[in-house]
Ligand binder design. Structure first.
Ligand SMILES: Nc1ncnc2c1ncn2[C@@H]1O[C@H](COP(=O)(O)OP(=O)(O)OP(=O)(O)O)[C@@H](O)[C@H]1O
Ligand SMILES: [Mg+2]
Length: 271
């Protein structure tokens, strides 16, 4: 087992990142998917990950959601270990109870909006706050209605997902994740399964979140224009590592690494 004694029990100091990946490794059998990943995300920062298929982008988000076990290293959220817990003055792998609690600080939206099909839009947004956070029905309803209003779905609050378009379902899914008041929101290709004409309704909601709300966000997208528009920083992933990271203008206009240049010209050619 990995020697964890050199990892701090918690992060201290004036500039604690909201998220820190510290030497994070992940393999599936022989395949190394994350290769000693180090990545800090500041509070309220919007970081976007781009890169070729299979480069480990979704894995990064799944690690943060604690949907995958960690192969090495430690992930910290808001200064506290996420994947590990302190025990007798050292870090040990987190147990199920610790993970359940730690996980509630992370919200996620995937490519396929997995709303509960038997619940209305409103009920979808109330379920977590009532069941997990212990809010009263009234409090949960108020919170849900406010968020459905924000994503422009209040008119459809009593509809079931099957009666909503893809873009509408995705907006409800974003409201549902936000209803848990996460510290960090993760988006994985949330527009990839959508018809082109409704992509804008979803990207506008995410754009709104970056300007009007204080929320730390990590997004994976194939939409380079959108990434350039809204990100504070863009990370280009290659082979489970950050090949290059920079401000969007710098990374897209003046990529330094050959691999970044090749990737960006390939996606431009496909556009
Ligand atoms: N459960 C799993 N078992 C085995 N291999 C896996 C598993 N999940 C992911 N992988 C492999 O890990 C690598 C990284 O996968 P990941 O889903 O993170 O890629 P990605 O960058 O999100 O790609 P895409 O752009 O296609 O979504 C891939 O080679 C993938 O086949
Ligand atoms: Mg992926």
């Amino acid at each position: 087992m990995e020697d964890l004694t050199s990892y701090p029990l918690e992060l201290t100091g004036p500039d604690i990142p909201m998220v820190r990946f510290l030497n994070v490794r992940k393999s599936y059998g022989e395949l190394i998917v994350l290769d000693n990943l180090n990545l800090d995300i500041s509070p309220n920062e919007m970081v976007t990950i781009i890169g070729p298929s299979g480069s480990g982008k979704t894995t990064v988000l799944r690690m943060l959601m604690t949907l995958e076990t960690i192969g090495g290293g430690v992930i910290y959220v808001d200064g506290k270990p996420l994947t590990h817990m302190p025990k007798n003055g050292a870090l040990v792998p987190a147990d199920a109870r610790y993970l359940r609690k730690a996980r509630s600080s992370i919200g996620m939206c995937f490519q396929h909006f997995n709303l509960f099909p038997h619940m209305t839009a409103l009920q979808n947004c109330m379920e977590g706050p009532v069941q997990v956070l212990g809010l009263s029905g009234r409090e949960a309803r108020e919170r849900a209605e406010e968020l459905l209003m924000m994503v422009g779905m209040i008119d459809k609050k009593d509809q079931h997902p099957s009666r909503l378009s893809g873009g509408q379902q995705q907006r409800v899914a974003i409201a549902r994740a936000l209803a848990m008041r996460p510290k960090v929101m993760l988006f994985d290709e949330v527009t990839s399964a959508l018809d082109p004409e409704v992509i804008g309704e979803v990207t506008n909601v995410i754009r709104d979140l970056t300007t009007r709300h204080s929320l730390t966000m990590l997004m994976v997208t194939h939409q380079m224009g959108f990434a350039r528009d809204i990100s504070d920083r863009v990370c280009f992933f290659f082979g489970g590592k950050i090949e290059e990271q920079d401000s969007p203008d710098e990374l897209f206009s003046n990529p330094k690494s050959k691999r970044t240049q090749q990737f960006l010209s390939a996606v431009k050619a496909a556009d």
